[in-house]
Design a protein around this ligand. Structure first.
Ligand code: CAP
Ligand code: MG
Length: 426
């Protein structure tokens, strides 16, 4: 194997792509040898010496494991840009997150972060709307946005779905979205749902005087069908589409982003299934990377975790993901395995906190995330003892209290929907 892939003095070149891996070699296997194999298998090499690549090209394209740390079990590898199809996320992942996970000589491997050089960043569009575009569309400047997911996830008819959405909007919710596994089932077909829900969106806008949006789930079996559904939303006067980013895959996301130059929809990224890759701290791919890919490709909103809700995700990790969504320049953080990243002119992606949230959590959510967050309440709206509209009102009351620095306990004395929510959820 190519010992020269260990290159401790190497300074990554301006256009190198840098990856950080966490590595656990199999029993009896040397750490450096494992790193050499990871570097080789993810780029120009295989399990034995090969003679087909010219020495000149091999020298140019060889990977550089420039930071090899057996104590922290991490290695940083710099890859020459020519190894990649510069605007293809699938090809990138087939390289830096492909075969290497299967190698017998390691038991665990985690791709912790990727730092994209300017040259790559320039080849991607990034979010079309992002935080500024979404705020402009909804005409909401200085507060977090409030969303809901129609519940139950699946089972409602299109009519009932639209009614539930309408009640949530009347109660003060800005964004209503489909759930991740609601697409085009017989009890609630996509087109019928979009028509009915957008009709009631218009009614809710008229009655409240506020902008209201609906993100229908365009997750589909083929890219053609996904685009057809997105087009249908557009034709019906919709402004949003939602997609399950992991089940549909990166080719679908890149296709959607290309088409979105003309579709002009706000794209909401639901990350269901991500934990199959991201949850194990010793194996897989970090959520940090998923978030960076989504921003690079250019969806506009992404679920990042809640810290206090029903899904896993520690505060520090969730906030590091948030930073990768919103900052123009992310500094290296060795403790959290975050590499430096300059985003150039790519817009910030709107982070979404969702999963097990209810109204009484609003002050804490603001304390954790600040104003640039979309807070989504599924069960926390539709599970209100007085129903969906009251649940939505309780969310907005909690928000008003938090923004006015008034304890919920005090505010709930004059706001009965919040009071009832507090009685139920504490
Ligand atoms: C939330 C949700 C979302 C999760 C996804 C659900 O509903 O609709 O899919 O937020 O998790 O199905 O659980 P509730 P994450 O508000 O009723 O929990 O955001 O972590 O990707
Ligand atoms: Mg859901």
């Amino acid at each position: 194997m190519r010992e020269e892939y260990i290159d401790l003095g190497y300074e990554p070149a301006k256009n190198d792509l840098v990856c950080e891996y966490y590595v656990e070699p199999a029993r009896g296997i040397d750490f450096e040898r494992t790193c050499v194999n990871i570097a080789g298998e993810s780029s120009i090499d295989t399990w034995t010496d090969i003679l087909t690549l010219s020495p000149k090209l091999a020298k140019k394209l060889k990977p550089h494991a420039f930071d090899v740390n057996q104590k922290t079990k991490t290695v940083k590898i710099a890859y020459h840009m020519d190894l990649f199809e510069i605007n293809s996320i699938p090809q990138l992942l087939s390289s830096i997150a492909g075969n290497i996970f299967s190698m017998k000589l390691l038991t665990n491997l985690r791709l912790q972060d990727v730092s994209f050089p300017k040259k790559v960043i320039k080849n991607f569009k990034g979010p079309k709307f992002g935080i500024p575009g979404v705020r402009k569309l909804l005409n909401v400047k200085n507060r977090p946005l409030c969303g809901t997911i129609v519940k139950p996830k699946v089972g409602l008819s299109s009519e009932k779905h639209a009614q539930v959405a309408y009640k949530a909007w009347l109660g003060g919710i800005d964004l209503v979205k489909d759930d991740e596994n609601l697409t085009n089932q017989t009890f609630n077909p996509f087109e019928k749902r979009v028509i009915k829900t957008l009709k009631l969106r218009d009614k809710a806008e008229k009655e409240t005087g506020d902008r209201k949006v609906y993100a229908a789930n365009i997750t589909a079996p083929t890219c053609d069908e996904m685009l057809r559904r997105a087009q249908f939303i557009k034709e019906q006067g919709g402004e949003y589409a939602m997609i399950d980013i992991i089940p549909t895959g990166f080719t679908a996301l890149q296709t959607l982003r290309e088409e979105n130059e003309t579709l002009d929809l706000v794209l909401h990224a639901h990350r269901c299934m991500h934990s199959a890759m991201t949850r194990n701290p010793r194996h897989g791919i970090s959520m940090q990377i998923i978030a960076k890919l989504v921003r690079l490709i250019g969806l506009d909103q992404l679920h990042i975790g809640t810290v206090i809700g029903k899904m896993h995700g520690e505060k520090e990790e969730v906030l590091a993901i948030r930073d990768s969504c919103v900052l123009n320049h992310v500094k290296e953080n060795r403790r959290l395995n975050v590499l430096e990243q300059d985003w150039g002119s790519i817009k910030p992606l709107f982070p979404v906190a969702s999963g097990g949230l209810q109204p009484t959590m609003v002050p804490k959510l603001i304390e954790i995330f600040g104003m640039d967050i979309i807070m989504q309440f599924g069960g926390g709206v539709h599970g209100h003892p007085w129903g969906t509209r009251a649940g939505a009102m309780a969310v907005r009351q909690a928000l008003d209290a938090a923004l006015g620095d008034i304890p919920l306990e005090d505010y709930s004395r004059t706001h009965k929907e919040l009071k009832v929510a507090m009685e139920k959820w504490g």
